[in-house]
Design a protein around this ligand. Structure first.
Ligand SMILES: *[C@@H]1O[C@H](CO)[C@@H](O)[C@H](O)[C@H]1NC(C)=O
Ligand SMILES: *[C@@H]1O[C@H](CO)[C@@H](O)[C@H](O)[C@H]1NC(C)=O
Ligand SMILES: *[C@@H]1O[C@H](CO)[C@@H](O)[C@H](O)[C@H]1NC(C)=O
Ligand SMILES: *[C@@H]1O[C@H](CO)[C@@H](O)[C@H](O)[C@H]1NC(C)=O
Ligand SMILES: *[C@@H]1O[C@H](CO)[C@@H](O)[C@H](O)[C@H]1NC(C)=O
Ligand SMILES: *[C@@H]1O[C@H](CO)[C@@H](O)[C@H](O)[C@H]1NC(C)=O
Length: 623
């Protein structure tokens, strides 16, 4: 008792310190021990929030009643900022369907006070009063004795009847932590009771749950793609074909939801799905937080709010300080996550760690980087992706669930060496004249197929002709240099053996463009290659750039290779199946040649996944 009282004196701002020790002791509790219920077991250490102990609350930013519009009263689109500012917790009511996302608190019945006692409940520091909402449960006699949640602000007082009965409370967050230097999510909920000339306080430390990004050990619960194909004028005439392949590959395992308010086919890129969780009586209570990409003019990202925001799903709009326009470096495909691990130097990343690509010293938008850093859980690790024309991490590395390593996952990386060996072997065994690309389907270009190379679709590019081309070899050498550097960096961080690494055969094509003109006529989207560097994309569809269904599902949805066919088998397809097969994964092919590959992406770029969510607080980080 003495210890916690001293600590109380120490932490509560000076103005609150009682003048004389009171004869009563108010107590307020939240779920400090994280067992999902609030009771006397939450008393110890409730004043200090640490990684392993301390009550958690959620940002309650879904739109459970679909009350938030996307347009104003004149029908004009709301600004990006207006669009995301409306959500369940932007109002002052705890809406019924959103109440489960509010964290429970209570005051312990306080019996030894007079009828004149008055209680107040408020948060400290003062700036948190705009950032969180507090409610108390009162019986509303007018609505048939049902419980209603009433707002608690610092002016609300509780009488002796309520203090003696104990007050049932709920708290939620009305904004996300976007800059930990301004607010890191910490709140103290203070319970102050005055009786006559005596005043006494108690408080409980709470912290808003970080927004975490998904990794592949979490199974997909919803797969996202885009409708986008119905209007051939502005959309993709190939998207419907892609969706038929995707549906066949998923085969009903996971529901597929299509974005349908935009013609942007890159469902991986205009958002990055995340979530926040707190303990609940029946396991973690989680809310999805979908991060719109920091691409202010990429209209498709508005669908995070205008289409998906609902009960249990909210969104984040990166601030206007950076991330204007539509630069590819800010796409979701350039944000991936290493599953949980302990680094070689002993740091525990219990929720894994985000990886992002930088382009020769140019970094993704500060508004997103700072947001991810401010969650203080999965601080981004940067890899070099400027040598890729589009420049996303998903074009070169991937994390795969496996029981074959102590980490329960391994790293796959694009690899030109094994791909060249495949070609050499085919050539040596007398298949040099085999056409390199076996795609023979409809190749009618639509408006957005900048990387369509008709010469590859003729039989003139053969295995032997490629192997005889010095520029082909120099492109592969250049790519391998960057891939080797990336692998070395990741192996300095992750305790994986060289032999655990899956090398996915991949060949690249040099598409360095005459900047500022870019292949698709969008100068601001793609950067300029520095002198001496190039910009590459996959020569055949990049097998590594596919969709991992994840968890215990061994399904891997990969872009059909359309590589050289020898003895009735696609040389690349067979090799890719063998590589993923080593970790028990079954490759299911989807044709994305015309829908995505010749536009600069693959299956992964055209899809996304809302994955399992869970308790992030177990397995404590070591910082
Ligand atoms: C005390 O507060 C409760 C809840 O607001 C109210 O129902 C009750 O009438 C109050 N009691 C007195 C004695 O004012
Ligand atoms: C396709 O989109 C264009 C541009 O927005 C529009 O003019 C046209 O009417 C649309 N066509 C169909 C069939 O919806
Ligand atoms: C768009 O998708 C949503 C599901 O997210 C669905 O409810 C809605 O009916 C679809 N709208 C159209 C026009 O297909
Ligand atoms: C790997 O998975 C097994 C089985 O789920 C689990 O018991 C073990 O703790 C996991 N190892 C790590 C390092 O997460
Ligand atoms: C490929 O095979 C042809 C014979 O079919 C041979 O002339 C050529 O040298 C081989 N190329 C390489 C790089 O081995
Ligand atoms: C290309 O080669 C394939 C066999 O590899 C053959 O079936 C096809 O007819 C050829 N096409 C052309 C246009 O030469």
């Amino acid at each position: 008792m003495a210890i916690s009282f001293r600590r109380l004196l120490f932490l509560v701002p000076l103005g609150l310190v009682p003048s004389a020790a009171a004869t009563f002791r108010p107590r307020i509790l939240a779920d400090t021990n994280r067992d999902g219920v609030v009771n006397h077991l939450d008393e110890p250490h409730k004043h200090d929030w640490t990684a392993s102990r301390g009550a958690i609350f959620l940002p309650n930013i879904g739109d459970s009643t679909h009350r938030c519009p996307a347009v104003d009263l004149t029908g004009a689109p709301l600004s990006n900022d207006e669009l995301w500012r409306c959500h369940d917790a932007s109002g002052d009511h705890l809406l019924p369907l959103s109440a489960k996302y509010a964290a429970p608190l209570l005051t312990v019945p306080l019996l030894d006070v007079s009828d004149n006692a008055v209680g107040r409940i408020y948060t400290e520091p003062a700036h948190t009063r705009d950032r969180v909402r507090l409610f108390w449960k009162e019986n509303d006699w007018s609505t048939g004795y049902s419980d209603v949640w009433a707002t608690v602000d610092p002016q609300v007082t509780f009488n002796a009847t309520s203090l003696r009965k104990g007050i049932t409370l709920a708290m939620d967050g009305r904004e996300l932590v976007t800059d930990a230097a301004v607010w890191d999510g910490s709140v103290r909920v203070v319970f102050e009771v005055t009786d006559g000339d005596q005043t006494a306080h108690d408080f409980v430390a709470m912290k808003q749950a970080p927004v975490l990004l998904h990794h592949h050990l979490q199974r997909a619960e919803v797969i996202l793609s885009t409708a986008a194909g119905d209007n051939k004028t502005i959309g993709s005439s190939w998207q419907a074909h892609f969706l038929r392949g995707l549906e066949k590959a998923i085969d009903g395992d996971v529901p597929i939801v299509l974005f349908n308010q935009s013609t942007d086919i890159w469902a991986q890129d205009f958002l990055e799905p995340g979530y926040a969780s707190m303990p609940g009586p029946d396991g973690p209570i989680s809310i999805r937080i979908l991060l719109r990409s920091a691409q202010s003019t990429r209209e498709a990202g508005r669908q995070v709010f205008s289409q998906l925001r609902s009960v249990g799903i909210g969104g984040f709009q990166p601030g206007s300080g950076s991330g204007f326009g539509w630069e590819e470096i800010n796409s979701g495909g350039n944000i991936e996550t290493i599953p949980p691990y302990t680094s070689r130097d002993g740091k525990r990343w219990s929720n894994g760690r985000v990886i992002m690509g930088q382009h020769f010293g140019t970094y993704p938008a500060d508004s997103m980087v700072k947001f991810l850093q401010s969650q203080q859980a999965q601080t981004p690790l940067f890899l070099e992706t400027g040598w890729l024309a589009v420049g996303h991490v998903d074009e070169m590395v991937q994390f795969l669930p496996t029981t074959t390593t102590p980490l329960n996952f391994t790293l796959a990386i694009a690899d030109t060496t094994s791909a060249l060996t495949l070609l050499q072997t085919a050539n040596t065994t007398g298949h040099g004249t085999t056409p390199f690309v076996s795609y023979r389907g409809d190749a009618t270009p639509d408006l957005l197929t900048p990387f369509l190379d008709p010469t590859l679709l003729h039989n003139t590019t053969t295995i032997a002709s490629l192997l005889a081309s010095p520029s082909f070899h120099s492109t592969q050498t250049y790519a391998q240099h960057h891939l080797t550097t990336t692998l070395a960096l990741l192996l300095r961080e992750l305790p994986l053996d060289e032999t655990d690494i899956l090398r996915v055969p991949t060949l690249f094509k040099d598409v360095t463009y005459p900047w500022p003109a870019t292949p698709d006529g969008h100068p601001s989207r793609l950067a300029r290659a520095p002198r001496g560097e190039r910009q590459l994309k996959g020569l055949v569809p990049q097998a590594i750039n596919g969709l991992v269904v994840g968890g215990r599902s061994g399904k891997y949805v990969a872009p059909r290779q359309w590589g050289p066919v020898v003895g009735g088998k696609d040389v690349f397809g067979e090799a890719v199946e063998e590589v993923y097969g080593r970790v028990g994964m079954e490759v299911v092919w989807v044709d994305d040649y015309m829908s995505h590959h010749v536009r600069g992406g693959e299956v992964h770029c055209g899809t996304n996944a809302l994955r399992e969510m869970g308790g992030w607080w177990e397995g404590g980080d070591s910082d």
